[in-house]
Design a binder for this molecule. Structure first.
Ligand SMILES: [Zn+2]
Length: 434
């Protein structure tokens, strides 16, 4: 292949885009986006209140560790950390606003073009994501290290860029003789010494190096696929933010689109593709909080406050982390249903109630293609049990085998429930250890 062969392949394939529908079910995607976005919103609001409590605690000198007490030069990291956390709330809220589920109420064939997603939609979503993931990683890095030199490096590099084009009013708002003298000191350094000097330090200068460092600090060395996801979302969104050829081509060439439809109304392939990306972004954004941000915050709080004061805050963070983890795990999960043998293939509808609360009426002739929850996208697996088995004991307690002649376990009188549970306990105690 020579340069003209390659150019020919680009010219004939990457200059007029074919529209393609996302493989996922659009209605499920919208439900899942709504669910994760709401979970993230709740997390951000609770984080904000934990940050406020933490900030107040750091003002009480009696509960700040001596290393960060007002008499120590490291005390100055405290206001910087408070500012970083406050910035994060603003950055996280921005992502929240760009990852809302599509509003489909009132959309008709005439107005379906409102759902078309173009360059600006993709670019805004990708840019908000890029800012989010970048902030989660670099801010986690700072609060994990609490190193004066590392903070100096990042702030001075930022100031050095900012002051080059800042207007008079911006300059006046941010710069004063003290800041100017710090920047002047920084400007005495050669570029090659920026990351390692008498005033600055950055041992992990790239996004990928920071991810590896944080994942290993917090004990997630085995989660290589998760680390790769963070690095990939960073590269992917950078491609949009920096107006790469492929991302711009992809998002600017939505011509006339085929109109799709479902129970709610019409929609377009570009809407569905955009939603698919939104869902993937929400999932990765939440994982970034779970794997990197929360553990870094906990480390920071434990490093700055004495244990008696750090513990309740760390406990609050753990609860929040657990809720978020559960919320993510409830989407696109896999659930098993126990069904009496002979019911599948009969004329009866089988009611399958998902863990999310939605019920699917699996209609005869029971096509395996319909075995999923239209609300949360979870897949259903059917296990057939011979005879009239009654209840199956699961880790969540006794569950009625669908089609059995017994009532639902929760509908049994309390006494009967206790009796069954006692039988189960007896069986369990008598079971040979495995
Ligand atoms: Zn469900």
């Amino acid at each position: 292949m020579n340069e003209f062969d390659v150019l020919e392949k680009i010219a004939s394939n990457l200059t007029s885009r074919k529209s393609s529908a996302a493989l996922s079910n659009y209605m499920v995607l919208c439900n899942n986006i709504r669910h994760l976005n709401a979970s993230l919103e709740q997390t951000i609001s609770k984080l904000d209140s934990i940050f406020n409590k933490f900030h107040k605690s750091t003002q009480d000198h009696a509960i700040v560790k001596s290393e960060y007490s007002p008499s120590s030069p490291s005390n100055n990291v405290i206001p910087v950390v408070a500012r970083i956390l406050l910035n994060d709330i603003a950055i996280f809220t921005k992502l929240l606003n760009f990852t809302k589920a599509d509003e489909r109420n009132g959309i008709t064939i005439e107005t379906v073009s409102k759902l078309s997603r173009n360059f600006e939609d993709y670019n805004n979503l990708a840019t908000a994501t890029r800012q989010y993931i970048d902030s989660v990683v670099s801010d986690s890095y700072q609060v994990s290290l609490l190193s004066p030199k590392a903070i100096n490096y990042h702030v001075l590099v930022s100031l050095n860029s900012f002051h080059k084009f800042s207007t008079k009013s911006l300059y006046a708002a941010l710069f004063n003789p003290e800041i100017e003298s710090a920047l002047a000191e920084f400007n005495t350094l050669r570029f090659n010494d920026w990351a390692n000097s008498h005033i600055t330090e950055c041992a992990h200068s790239t996004f990928a190096k920071k991810v590896d460092f944080l994942m290993s600090t917090h004990g997630h060395t085995a989660a290589v696929d998760i680390s790769d996801k963070f690095k990939n979302i960073f590269k992917f969104t950078s491609e949009f933010t920096h107006i790469g050829y492929v991302s711009t081509f992809y998002s600017t060439t939505v011509g006339a689109e085929v109109i799709f439809g479902d129970d709610i109304g019409p929609y377009l392939p570009s809407t569905e593709n955009h939603s698919e990306l939104k869902y993937e972004i929400l999932e990765t954004a939440i994982n970034a909080l779970l794997y990197i941000y929360f553990p870094s915050l906990k480390k920071c709080i434990n490093d700055i406050l004495i244990p008696a004061s750090a513990d309740p805050l760390v406990q609050d963070l753990s609860c929040l982390q657990e809720d978020l983890k559960k919320s993510l795990a409830s989407r696109n999960a896999e659930y098993f249903f126990f069904v009496k043998h002979g019911l599948v293939g009969s004329k009866e509808h089988i009611l399958l109630t998902c863990m999310c609360g939605a019920t699917r009426a699996w209609e005869s002739p029971h096509s395996p293609g319909n075995l999923y929850c239209a609300s949360c996208g979870s897949g259903f697996r059917i296990l057939e049990i011979a005879g009239d088995p009654g209840y199956i004991i699961t880790s969540a307690g006794p569950i009625k085998v669908i089609g059995s002649s017994v009532p639902e376990f929760s509908d049994l009188p309390r006494e009967k429930q206790k009796e069954i549970l006692a039988q189960v306990e007896k069986l369990r105690a008598g079971a040979p250890a495995t």
